[in-house]
Design a protein around this ligand. Structure first.
Ligand code: AMP
Ligand code: ZN
Length: 489
C-alpha cells in the first residue's frame, strides 16, 4: 500500500514518512487512564486525538491493532508509596477493584458518548502481574536492575553507560538530571535518584499486593506498559502514544526497559498529544482545574452558560491540531456549535442540489486536499478548513451561484461522508444528545401531538397558533407522509 502519510515522531523531532514494520499492518499502543476517578475533558481530548489517528489509519486500509490499557495498579501518588487506586479505596472504604470497576465504566461511557471507537485490546495491569514479574526478573538477570529492601530498581546510570542514552525521548541529559535532583526522603533505597522501580515491596498497610520472588509487592507503573505493549504488538511495534505529560519519565522508562529486556528500541513512532487547558492552565485532576464531561454535556457547571452536546465538544477538540494546546472557552464552544450545525445542514442539502452538465468546479482537487491535510501528521484543523470550502461551495450551488456535475456531486457526497463521519467521527446519535437537547426534542414532539389533536378536532385556531408561534422561534413544522417533523429555519 502506497500512502503519503507523514507522522511527527517525538523521538526524532521530525515529520517522517510512515512506513510500518510489517506492510499494511499497524500496531498502536496508547497509555490508558488510571481508573481512580472520573476522566476529565483533558483526558478525553487525548483519547479523541488517538481515536482520529486510529480511524484514519483504518480508513487508509491498514489493518490496525490498537491496544489501550487500563491502569488499575502501580500508579503511585506523587512523592509517596501509595497506589492511587488503593488510596481512593481506603478513603471510600471500598475494595480497590470496586474503584476500578466504577471508573472503568465511567471511562467507557464517556468515550462512547464522544464517539470514540473501542480499542482492539484493552488489557489491565492487574491482569498481567506474572508477565511483569517475568520481565523484571529478565532485567535483573541481565544486570541492569538491583534488589534493595524487597524492591527492584532499574539502574539508569548503567543503562546510560552501556546500552543507550537515558533521556533521548524527552531531550534530557542524565548528568543534568543528577545535578538537579535533591535527595528525597525514601530514596536511600536507590543507588541513584534517577533509578525507577520495576517492582515495589508492599508495606503492611498496602492493600494491592501480589507474591513475587522478592516477597509481596506490586509492579512499577512503567513496567505494565512495556509488558502489555510487547505482549500484544511484539518487541518492536509501530506507534506508541499518550499525552505530552507522559513523555518523561513514563515513556523514557519504557524505552529503557524494552531495550534492556529485548535488545531493540520498542517503538518506531512516538506520538504525543498536547494538553487541553482551562483558563490557560492544564486541566488536571490534582489541581482541581478541570471540567468533567458530564458537567459540560448537562450544562451543570459554573463556567459555561449552557450545555454542549458531545458531538459539538468533539468537533471543538478537532479544530486544534493534536500537537497544539487547546483552551476550553465558551466562545470557542459556541463557534463549534454554530460550525457543526452549518456543516450538517450542508451535508443534508447536498443530495437535493441541482446538477448541470457543465461545471467548472474541480471536485477531485478539493478531495485531494482532504487527504493532504490528514496525511500531514493528521492535521484535523486544516481538514476542517477544506471541508468548509466544500460547505461554501454547496451553499453557492444552493443559491444558484455555482454549479456541479452529477459525477462531481456524487464524489463530494461520498468524500464528505468518509471524512466527516468515518474519519472525524462527527455523527450524532440520539443517545449522544445532551439532556437539554433531549428535553427540547420531547417538548416539540408534545406540541406536535397537541397540534395533531387540535387538527383532528378541527380546532384550526389552536393548530395555527402552535405552528405560527413555533415559527417565531425559528422552528418550522413540516407535515409529510410519515407525520409531522420539525426543522430550524
Ligand atoms: P491519567 O489517567 O492521569 O494517566 O491520564 C490519562 C491520559 O490523559 C494521559 O495520556 C494523559 O497524558 C492525558 N491527559 C491528562 N491531562 C490532560 C490534559 N489536560 N489535556 C490532554 N490530555 C491530558
Ligand atoms: Zn503507559
Amino acid at each position: 500500500m502506497q500512502t503519503d502519510l507523514k507522522i511527527y515522531n517525538s523521538l526524532t523531532g521530525q515529520k517522517e514518512k510512515f512506513e510500518p514494520l510489517i506492510p499494511k499492518h499497524v500496531g498502536m499502543y496508547v497509555c490508558g487512564p488510571t481508573v481512580y476517578s472520573n476522566v476529565h475533558l483533558g483526558n478525553v481530548r487525548t483519547f479523541i486525538s488517538f481515536d482520529v489517528i486510529y480511524r484514519y489509519l483504518k480508513f487508509l486500509g491498514y489493518k490496525v491493532r490498537y491496544v489501550r490499557n487500563i491502569t488499575d495498579a502501580g500508579h503511585l501518588e506523587d512523592h509517596t508509596d501509595e497506589d492511587k487506586i488503593s488510596k481512593k479505596a481506603r478513603l471510600e472504604k471500598l475494595e480497590p477493584m470496586e474503584i476500578v470497576q466504577q471508573y472503568t465504566i465511567d471511562f467507557h461511557k464517556v468515550l462512547e458518548l464522544v464517539n470514540n471507537l473501542p480499542p482492539d485490546i484493552e488489557p489491565t495491569a492487574t491482569g498481567h502481574i506474572i508477565e511483569q514479574i517475568e520481565t523484571t526478573k529478565d532485567i535483573l538477570n541481565k544486570g541492569y536492575a538491583y534488589e534493595s529492601n524487597g524492591s527492584i530498581y532499574f539502574d539508569v546510570i548503567k543503562y546510560n553507560n552501556e546500552i543507550d542514552k537515558y533521556g533521548k525521548l524527552s531531550g534530557r541529559n542524565i548528568e543534568e538530571m543528577i545535578a538537579n535532583t535533591r535527595e528525597l526522603e525514601g530514596q536511600d533505597e536507590k543507588r541513584n535518584p534517577q533509578d525507577f522501580a520495576l517492582w515495589k515491596k508492599a508495606s503492611p498497610q498496602h492493600i494491592m499486593r501480589w507474591p513475587s520472588p522478592w516477597g509481596e509487592g506490586f509492579p512499577g507503573w512503567h513496567m505494565e506498559c512495556t509488558v502489555m505493549s510487547t505482549k500484544y504488538l511484539g518487541e518492536q511495534f509501530d506507534i506508541h502514544g499518550g499525552g505530552m505529560d507522559l513523555k518523561f519519565p513514563h515513556h523514557e522508562c519504557e524505552i529503557a526497559q524494552g531495550k534492556t529486556a529485548n535488545g531493540v528500541d520498542p517503538v518506531k513512532y512516538w506520538m504525543h498529544a498536547n494538553m487541553l487547558t482551562l483558563n490557560g492552565k492544564k486541566m488536571s485532576k490534582s489541581t482541581g482545574n478541570h471540567l468533567l464531561p458530564r458537567e459540560i454535556f448537562s450544562g451543570e457547571n459554573n463556567l459555561l452558560s449552557k450545555a454542549y452536546s458531545p458531538v459539538v465538544v468533539r468537533f471543538f477538540m478537532l479544530q486544534a491540531h493534536y500537537r497544539n494546546m487547546l483552551d476550553l472557552s465558551e466562545d470557542a464552544l459556541q463557534a463549534a456549535e454554530k460550525g457543526y450545525k452549518k456543516l450538517m445542514e450542508a451535508i443534508n442539502v447536498l443530495p437535493d442540489l441541482p446538477v448541470s452538465s457543465e461545471s467548472p468546479v474541480d471536485v477531485d482537487n478539493l478531495i485531494a486536499q482532504f487527504y493532504a491535510a490528514m496525511n500531514d501528521d493528521f492535521n484535523t484543523p486544516v481538514l476542517i478548513a477544506r471541508i468548509f470550502d466544500a460547505v461554501r461551495l454547496i451553499n453557492s450551488i444552493k443559491d444558484g451561484k455555482a454549479s456541479i456535475s452529477q459525477a462531481g456531486k456524487e464524489k463530494l457526497q461520498k468524500a464528505l461522508h468518509q471524512f466527516v463521519f468515518e474519519v472525524l467521527g462527527l455523527h450524532q446519535t440520539r443517545n449522544q444528545e445532551s439532556g437539554a437537547q433531549q428535553a427540547f426534542d420531547k417538548t416539540i414532539q408534545l406540541l406536535i401531538e397537541i397540534r395533531n389533536k387540535a387538527r383532528a378536532e378541527k380546532n384550526w385556531a389552536l393548530s395555527d397558533q402552535i405552528r405560527d408561534e413555533l415559527a417565531k422561534y425559528g422552528i418550522q413544522l413540516k407535515d409529510g407522509k410519515e407525520g409531522t417533523t420539525y426543522s430550524f429555519k
